[in-house]
Every structure is written in C-alpha cells, then in structure tokens.
Design a protein around this ligand. Structure first.
Ligand SMILES: Cc1cc2nc3c(=O)[nH]c(=O)nc-3n(C[C@H](O)[C@H](O)[C@H](O)COP(=O)(O)O)c2cc1C
Length: 180
C-alpha cells in the first residue's frame, strides 16, 4: 500500500539517524517516494550525500543555504506529502514540535503538514522518562499525531531502558498498515 505514496522523512540529531537509511530503503523498495528533511544537528550524524543517493533527491535542510534567492518551500512539501515520518525524533525536536518553535526546515514542514504525521522518538532512557518529554509527547498526541513508541533495550549510551527507536521494519509496517 506504500506504492506511489509521497513520504517526507524528517531526520534529527540522534545516534539512531543511521537507521533512517534502512527506513528509506524499505519505503523505496515498497514503491514510495521519499523526500528527506534533516535538521542541522542531524547532518552531524549522517551525511546528505548518503541520503540523497538513497532517495534520488537532494535533501532539504537549511532555510538560507542558497545564495541565489531561491528557497525550499515547506508549504509545498506539506501539500506534496501523503505522510510525514520523523525518525529518529530527538527530545529537542519533539519539544519544538509540541510548542511551535519553527526555527528549522523540519519544524516549519511539520507545522505546514496536511498529511498524517508519525513520530518515532529515540533517546536515552532518562531523557525519554523526563516529565517534559512525556508532556510534549502527550501534547503531540493530543494534536492527532501518531507516536511510535520506542522499545526497551540496550541504548547507545551503554545503558539499558526505554528509548530505543522502534526498528525500521516495524516503522515501515506501521505506515503500510495505516495506508491499508
Ligand atoms: C553522540 C550524541 C548522540 C545523541 N543522541 C541523541 C538521541 O538519541 N536523542 C536525543 O534526543 N538527543 C541526542 N543527542 C542530543 C541532540 O543531538 C541535540 O539535542 C540536538 O540539539 C538535537 O537537535 P535536533 O533535534 O534539531 O536535530 C545526542 C548528542 C550527541 C553528541
């Protein structure tokens, strides 16, 4: 059911950003078109060249990167998408989304989105358990967004607990089931 679907994939500055490559591969394998919007911090974790090679599209990131007066339209992206997926979603991005802090392309795209939005948090167990993170997730849920619960297990910090981003194949299945 993902065939022909337009997916905006938001990537943020989490150690789980490399898993976004597997999500892209899985979505494209099922016939979806993927447009990546990545935060400046996200690019510290994974390079735009990898993402654009996988999606066959330039990634979108900065508001003001071009010096020739052209810009990327977050409004057009909001109309193009059949779904937006933010995976991985950091505590910071979740907080900005919940509070409308539109200081990067990912958040402006989210605020302009007409399509359903899926959010896959990824962070350390204490960041995930923090009342501010939980409150922000509740707020996002109350706005009608779909939260893809993180799993419990071994984390990049070498600690164990809840905060691992859901596995790429399960995230793809959730999107696929939604369109079914
Ligand atoms: C090695 C490393 C790993 C990080 N992993 C995470 C993470 O998994 N989740 C998270 O919420 N923040 C993580 N951070 C912190 C974010 O990168 C930081 O809050 C950043 O400002 C997020 O920006 P963004 O949400 O705009 O991408 C990590 C930082 C470092 C240095």
């Amino acid at each position: 059911m993902l065939k022909g679907k337009h997916i905006v994939l938001g990537i943020t500055g989490s150690i789980a950003a490399y898993k976004a490559c597997l999500i892209i591969r899985g979505l494209i394998k099922q016939g979806a078109e993927v447009q990546v919007v990545i935060t400046p911090a996200g690019k510290e974790f994974i390079t735009p060249i990898t993402l654009s090679a996988l999606t066959s599209k330039p990634v979108i990131s900065e508001f003001f990167a071009q010096r020739d007066g052209t810009w990327h339209s977050h409004v057009d992206l909001g109309l193009w998408a059949d779904a937006m997926l933010i995976a991985p979603a950091t505590a910071s991005t979740i907080g900005k989304m919940a509070n409308g802090i539109a200081d990067n392309m990912l958040i402006t795209t989210y605020l302009s989105m007409k399509a359903p939005v899926f959010i896959a948090p990824a962070m350390d167990l204490d960041m995930y358990a923090h009342p501010s993170t939980q409150r922000n997730l509740e707020t996002l849920k109350s706005y009608g967004n779909h939260i893809i619960e993180p799993g419990t297990g071994f984390l990049a910090s070498h600690l164990e607990g809840k905060g691992r981003m859901e596995e790429p194949e399960n995230i793809i299945k959730i999107l696929d089931d939604y369109f079914k």
